[in-house]
Design a protein. Structure first.
Length: 283
């Protein structure tokens, strides 16, 4: 069963009749494949060891004893576990309208990766269009609401062939013509952004509306991204500085603090150094 599921990969064509959505066809194929996979022979259920009571012949007659027995696991029973496979990866190459009929390609498993190669191959497709002359509907189909009716005696086979030749020629020319270069494409003209004008009045600038507002200031904007530090490092340095300032304020006063305070207030004066003796000139 597992081997059959592992080998289910590839592409195949499916016919879709008119009046049915393509997704309904895809779901029907998935359901059919899942049913076929689940009908395969399931692996044997796992065995477990149980101690079950049993009667054994003894000296005094039949005695009740526990015997070692191997029984299948109920979790592996089909009525308990349900179907083994419940989903398949199925994709569609090209889609068909609900009112159209035809063949489209479905992919299973790794076959979905081949859709790109199938599209790049540019395989020819044949379409058959059927129409009714003299009537027009709101949704361009034969089942839509009739909105216009006219005569069609002037339509001939020669005129239809002439129109079809023009359509085929324009389509063939569009396929062979290279795409236009970017220089011929219409260019978009963008208006330059208006620069912020400074107020002409002598009144002070509102700080909350100026670019220097801290709500929009960042280190990377002012000093560059090289100076941008992570948040944990900034928080660690800030907490360390706050702890050091609190320690300086709350610690006990020492002799060094009193000496520095007296020195700053000018209570301690150091003696001036003696002037050097002047040299006497010899006569």
């Amino acid at each position: 069963m597992r081997a059959a599921r592992a080998g289910l990969h590839g592409l195949f064509a499916v016919y879709k009749p008119a009046g049915i959505r393509w997704r309904a066809v895809r779901d029907a194929v998935e359901t059919k494949l899942l049913n076929d996979l689940n009908l395969l022979e399931r692996p044997a259920p796992r065995q477990q060891i149980r101690f079950l009571p049993g009667e054994v012949e003894g000296k005094d007659g039949k005695e009740l004893m526990l015997t070692v027995t191997q029984v299948p696991t109920l979790a592996d029973h089909p009525l308990v576990s349900g179907p083994v496979f419940t989903h398949l990866k199925i994709g569609a190459g090209h889609l068909l309208d609900t009112k159209s009929s035809g063949v489209f390609v479905l992919g299973v498993g790794r076959g979905n990766k081949l859709f790109k190669d199938l599209f790049d191959a540019h395989l020819s497709r044949i379409y058959t269009v059927r129409g009714l002359f003299g009537k027009a509907t709101d949704d361009f189909s034969d089942t839509g609401k009739l909105i216009e009716k006219t005569t069609f005696d002037h339509i001939t086979g020669e005129k239809l062939e002439r129109i079809l030749a023009v359509i085929q020629g324009s389509n063939h020319k569009a396929l062979l013509q290279p795409p236009p270069s970017p220089s011929f494409l219409p260019m978009r003209h963008y208006c330059p952004s208006k620069e912020s004008e400074e107020p002409e009045s002598s009144q002070p600038i509102c700080f909350s509306k100026s670019p220097a507002n801290p709500r929009v200031w960042t280190v990377a904007r002012s000093m560059g991204s090289d100076y941008q530090q992570p948040l944990w490092r900034v928080a660690l340095i800030s907490l360390s500085l706050m702890a050091f300032l609190l320690w300086c304020v709350l610690r006990e006063e020492t002799e060094v603090d009193r000496f520095l305070e007296d020195l700053m207030e000018g209570k301690i004066q150091f003696p001036e150094p003696p002037a050097p003796p002047s040299e006497q000139k010899k006569p």
